[in-house]
Write a new protein. Structure first.
Lengths: 157, 433
């Protein structure tokens, strides 16, 4: 039994997706500098979301090579963070997202933020969730038959 | 009007004789009662009796703000606490502020000097003084208050803040003299205008403004907007408080130093060599009559020059010109002294965000606005906007609590703060004053 739990745990560990975040001042041209640096480094941006205030913004990115993107941005003087997020397949029909949010809400798992992935997976949309207790969320969603997409698959979608 | 004809118009020779006698008394007093000063004398192998002329003063070592901090809170007091009737604290210092004390006689001296200052600025019996300097640990409010009562004027202790109520009081009570910081005076003018109250309909004749640097340009603006004659007043709590020097409304050309109570010197801030009249350097004061908190060659860090030429008002007292700057990096924000190092320690205590920060001071709507730019490093970065906003709020709150000034905190990218030869530019003062 013990072995089984460890195995399950390991499996869940692999299910999260690495996201990098970049601190940006709210001034023109900063976003394009980030995209230029990543293009130069041949890093492909798979998903992107920007949260901002009047003074600053936080750019969140999912890329095909997290470590390379992070090092390149850092060496160009950006403050870069790394966060684990959860990518979930959501049925592309009314109520699809609502079903997932209800599951998380009922389990008292708080969604800090979310955004949509650029590509779809087959007929389904992919939504990125930032949840504090991401392992718990992955376990919950999988147990309810929701398809959680791991990093390797996501980066190559 | 000259309040104290005898002393304020005294021939220089007689004045210098009084200065020497009072200096000798003060030196003997501090040597006997303040271990700090006794040690300073011993370090240069002197005793007070060695001082036989005013020129000998320059042989005595200087006293600095750090010396006062090192002796926090009461070790610089030259009398037992039994004889101290008032304590003030200098504005805006973290950890170790400067504490000053006054005997009953000191309060009497200060009141008399403030009465002289208010009279030089146009006040007198029958005049109503709207005193908008802050009352409290700051010497401004109470300093003016006691002087006004000594002079026999009517004083409204309105203090700072609650500007709309101040405008109502100005309209209804008809004060004729305003005492405030120059920036607050302009703020009052603006609020009055918004409320539809015109200064042309008010009764102000004179304004006595100080506690922060200002300029001739600002004087023009104040005189135009407030419809009064504006004079400059100088003082600092370490030396006494307001009333160390005052501009006369007749000439409005430099501030008469009350030399029968304070000896001013100008020294080169780098070599510390005394400079002649007319030369610009750091202002140094020695108190001549204070009992509880005498200061000997106290370095004010204010940059100015002294002008000995006779004045049309009849006073024989030397005049100091407007303070044009500081020999250290202190900023005065709405009358509160702020050193960049204090902000740095707040940042260090709040989060590991230092040492990359910059203070930007602007004047918006005539009020000083302090912006603290902080570079976001990996330790303080979070990908959640609310986490970063919390960080800004925490820093703002700590600065307010510890320094007593409101600051805007602005998070910036690494290397966003200009470096000059590798050193970060800590202070950008955009105030055009």
């Amino acid at each position: 039994m013990t072995d089984y739990i460890v195995e399950e745990h390991m499996q869940v560990e692999h299910m999260q997706v690495e996201q990098i975040s970049v601190f940006l001042e709210n001034k023109s041209g900063r976003l394009s500098e980030v995209t230029a640096i990543l293009a130069e480094a041949e890093v492909n941006i798979r998903a992107l979301a920007l949260a901002d205030t009047s003074d600053f913004g936080v750019l969140r990115l999912i890329v095909d090579d997290t470590e390379k993107a992070r090092q390149t941005l850092k060496s160009n003087g950006f403050t870069v963070g790394k966060t684990d997020v959860v990518a979930v397949e959501v049925t592309d029909r009314p109520g699809g997202l609502h079903g997932i949010l209800t599951m998380l809400h009922d389990a008292k798992l708080n969604v800090e933020y979310m955004y949509a992935f650029v590509r779809s997976s087959g007929d389904n949309a992919v939504i990125i969730f930032r949840i504090e207790q991401e392992q718990e969320a992955i376990r919950l969603l999988e147990s309810k038959g929701v398809n959680v997409i791991d990093g390797q698959r996501l980066y190559s979608l | 009007m000259i309040h104290d004809i005898e002393y304020e118009t005294m021939p220089r020779e007689a004045l210098e004789a009084i200065q020497l006698r009072r200096l000798q008394t003060t030196l003997a007093h501090v040597y006997a009662n303040v271990p700090f000063y006794r040690k300073k004398f011993q370090e240069v192998g002197m005793v007070p009796a060695d001082i036989s002329s005013l020129a000998d003063l320059r042989r005595i070592p200087f006293t600095t703000k750090q010396d006062l901090r090192d002796n926090y809170p009461f070790d610089m007091f030259a009398v037992p606490m039994d004889n101290v009737v008032r304590i003030h604290v200098s504005s805006g210092t973290t950890g170790q502020p400067t504490v000053v004390g006054y005997t009953a006689r000191d309060i009497g001296t200060w009141s008399m000097l403030m009465a002289r200052a208010l009279a030089a600025g146009g006040a007198g019996r029958g005049e109503i003084i709207h005193n908008a300097y802050g009352y409290g640990l700051f010497t401004g409010g109470l300093g003016v208050h006691y002087g006004a009562e000594r002079l026999g004027a009517s004083v409204i202790p309105v203090s700072g803040g609650n500007t709309q109520r101040q405008v109502v009081i100005m309209r209804d009570f008809g004060p004729t003299i305003m005492t405030a910081t120059p920036s607050y005076a302009l703020h009052l003018a603006e609020v009055a205008e918004e409320m539809g109250v015109s200064f042309d309909s008010l009764k102000f004749k004179f304004g006595i403004f100080g506690a922060e640097p200002w300029s001739e340009k600002m004087r023009d603006e104040i005189e135009r907007k407030l419809n009064l004659t504006a004079v400059d007043i100088y003082g600092l709590s370490e030396v006494m408080g307001p009333g160390v020097a005052i501009e006369c409304h007749e000439a409005k050309q430099g501030l008469h130093v009350f030399e029968d109570h304070f000896i001013p010197e100008i020294v080169d801030p780098n070599t510390l060599e005394p400079l002649p009249y007319g030369a610009t350097g750091e202002l140094v004061f020695t108190s001549l009559t204070k009992e509880a908190f005498p200061v000997i060659r106290y370095r004010t860090r204010d940059i100015t020059s002294l002008n000995p030429e006779p004045c049309i008002c009849g006073r024989t007292l030397v005049r100091m010109n407007r303070v044009t700057g500081r020999s250290d990096d202190m900023l005065i924000i709405r009358g509160v002294n702020v050193f960049p190092s204090q902000i740095e320690s707040v940042l260090m205590e709040t989060e590991a965000v230092a040492p990359h920060y910059q203070l930007v001071v602007d004047r918006e709507d005539n009020l000083d606005v302090l912006t603290v730019k902080v570079e976001v490093g990996e330790q303080s970065f979070t990908d959640e906007v609310k986490g970063l906003q919390d960080l800004e709020r925490r820093i703002t709150k700590h600065i307010k609590e510890l320094l007593g000034v409101s600051a805007r905190v602005k998070l910036v990218e690494p290397k966003a703060i200009e470096r000059s030869e590798g050193k970060a530019v800590r202070v950008v003062d955009n105030r055009d004053i």
